[in-house]
Every structure is written in structure tokens, then in C-alpha cells.
Design a protein around this ligand. Structure first.
Ligand SMILES: [Zn+2]
Length: 327
């Protein structure tokens, strides 16, 4: 088993990670949450304390909820174009639609920013979340994803994509567990790799894979840069609505609006410095009836108070909480 991996191109860069099973007898049990590698996590840094306000629970059954926009683009702050005409602002989903969430901030994204956010969201919707979306029947803008397009990676350090019938595609939802972020801990800038993966085995099963003579496979690749952009976006958009645009100096808009093709090198390491996990905040994890949870709050680190948002995707599968410092 290893946690290093590569993207689906022949260029090894460190932003991509996957988890590989060399021996299918060691697959985690179906319907359970596991952390791999086990015992790999230990506390090394002093970290801030999160104080959360109201939890926004996004239900398994998609429900449309509209939050009021603030009359400007939440990413670039724009209100008018170069010719002085008012910008057309469209509604922005706080959690992307492809993750089954109906929470929207009305009139809050200009065309240019929307194009940028949809490029990383589109990539994540197929790469990281594709199989889970398909198995859970989560419908996006264009309906349910056809699993015939999702490749199972049989390779190790390089990718070796195969396509299996949808009902036998081994689907393990995998999310990285991160170090606490430098913005709210004593961790140095540059701690930008996961220390473990949390995984939920939805349907992977040795017997089914034996039929195809598959002896080893890797999970979906986590593109940590795009995943961080997604967390930054959710935190920033929700925080802008909850706290109000202008109530904090936004720290995340450059990361969110960045365009990072899959083969690009990493952005400056400071880009990861506002997003991480808090190891002493595990009270927030555990069984949840929500599909996703979002919770505004503040993080107090060494007496400095920072507006923050806790984000827990797939909380019903007992996945980790991420903390995003907004300023
Ligand atoms: Zn904009």
C-alpha cells in the first residue's frame, strides 16, 4: 500500500495522490469508514480552537435554499464592467450542484469568475467524485453521471486505466486528512501534503473484482490543488454571505480564481496556508444525518481571532471536517 501517486498524465507532480491496494484481501469492509495509513496521524503543531455558530445541514434529498447576494461578484468584487455597465451576476452554488446540494447565493458571480470556478469543479466532479456521484445517484446540472466514462486505475506509480461495468466499479470515497493550516496553527508554510486518507467503502468487493482477474487497483486520484480550491470556494462564498462582503479582507480569492491545468506545477505554497484540519476538533466529526455540513465560526490561535468556516463533505459517511480561514 502506498499513498503516493500520479495524475492521469505522464508527469509526476506532487499535487496528486491516490491510495493503492496491492492485496484485495485487505480492502476495508463495505459500508464502513476507515483511515489509512492507520496510526499515521499524530499531533505535531499547536493549533487554534474553532468556535462554531449555526450548522448548515445539506440534506441527502436535495433541497433548494437561496441566500441573498451582496450586489457584487463575491470573487473579484466587481459591480461594473470596463464600460461602466452593471455586471451580470449569476447565482452561485455554495457546494457544487454535482455534490447534490441546493444551497445558492443569488446574484453573486460574474461571468469571468464563473468560468474559472467551473473549470476546477468540472474536473473534480469526474475525477475525484465521479464514482461516488454515480453510485449514490447524485444528479448534477446535466443529470446523473454515466459511469462508463469513469476509469478504474489498475496502475501503481503510473496510471493504467480500465473501464468496468458500472455495477462492479469498486467505489471507495477517499478524502485527504490535512495538517492544520499555518493561518491557524504553528505549522510552517509548506505543509501541503495529506498525512492520511479517510475512506468509505461504498461497494468495493474482492469477489466482484476476481471475476475480472483484478488483483490490485488504486482509488480515484486526489488533486489536492483543485480540492483545496473547492474548499476555499465553499468557505469563501458561504462566509461572504454569513459575515457579509467587506467584513473581512478575503484571503482565498486568488486561489479560487487561479487556473491550474492538471499538468501544471504547484502554485506558491502559501496557497495552502488557510486550509487544513484541526485535530482537536474531532467533536464535530462522527455520525451525521447530513450529506454535507457547513458551519461558520471563528478560530482563535494565540489570541488572534480569524473568521472561518468548517466544511464537512459527505458527513453521512463520517468524513473529516476541513477548516478554512477566510482572512
Ligand atoms: Zn468576478
Amino acid at each position: 500500500m502506498s499513498i503516493a501517486g500520479d495524475p492521469n498524465v505522464d508527469q509526476p507532480v506532487q499535487r496528486h495522490w491516490k491510495f493503492r491496494w496491492e492485496d484485495l484481501a485487505t480492502l476495508p469492509a463495505k459500508g464502513e469508514r476507515h483511515v489509512q495509513p492507520r496510526g499515521g496521524a499524530f499531533r505535531m503543531y499547536a493549533e487554534g480552537a474553532f468556535k462554531g455558530f449555526d450548522i448548515e445541514c445539506l440534506p441527502l434529498l436535495k433541497k433548494s435554499v437561496k441566500l441573498r447576494g451582496q450586489g457584487r461578484c463575491v470573487y473579484c468584487g466587481g459591480t461594473h464592467d470596463a464600460a461602466g455597465r452593471p455586471l451580470k451576476l449569476t447565482s452561485e452554488h455554495v457546494v457544487p450542484e454535482f455534490l447534490g446540494a441546493g444551497l445558492e447565493l443569488t446574484a453573486s458571480s460574474c461571468d469571468a469568475c464563473q468560468t474559472k470556478t467551473s473549470s476546477f469543479e468540472h474536473a473534480l466532479s469526474e475525477d475525484l467524485f465521479g464514482p461516488a456521484r454515480s453510485v449514490l445517484d447524485i444528479k448534477g446540472k446535466s443529470g446523473t453521471l454515466d459511469l462508463r466514462h469513469i476509469r478504474l486505475d489498475l496502475g501503481g506509480l503510473t496510471s493504467d486505466p480500465h473501464v468496468l461495468p458500472a455495477f462492479h466499479h469498486p467505489t471507495i470515497l477517499i478524502l485527504p486528512s490535512l495538517y492544520p493550516a499555518p493561518a491557524f496553527s504553528s505549522a510552517p508554510v509548506g505543509i501541503d501534503h495529506p498525512y492520511a486518507f479517510w475512506m468509505y467503502n461504498i461497494n468495493a468487493d474482492k469477489k466482484a473484482l476476481d471475476q475480472y482477474d483484478i488483483e490490485a487497483f488504486s482509488t480515484q486520484t486526489v488533486d489536492q490543488l483543485r480540492f483545496s480550491q473547492l474548499l476555499a470556494k465553499i468557505g469563501h462564498v458561504y462566509g461572504s454571505s454569513y459575515f457579509g462582503v467587506g467584513s473581512f479582507q478575503p484571503a482565498l480569492t486568488q486561489l479560487i480564481r487561479g487556473d491550474y491545468p492538471i499538468a501544471d506545477p504547484n502554485p506558491p505554497r502559501e496557497f495552502y496556508s488557510h486550509i487544513g484540519c484541526l485535530w482537536q476538533c474531532r467533536d464535530y466529526d462522527g455520525k451525521s444525518e447530513c450529506l454535507h455540513e457547513i458551519q461558520p465560526g471563528s478560530i482563535n490561535f494565540n489570541g488572534k481571532l480569524t473568521k472561518a468556516v468548517r466544511i464537512r463533505l459527505f458527513s453521512c459517511f463520517d468524513m473529516p471536517s476541513y477548516f478554512v480561514a477566510l482572512e
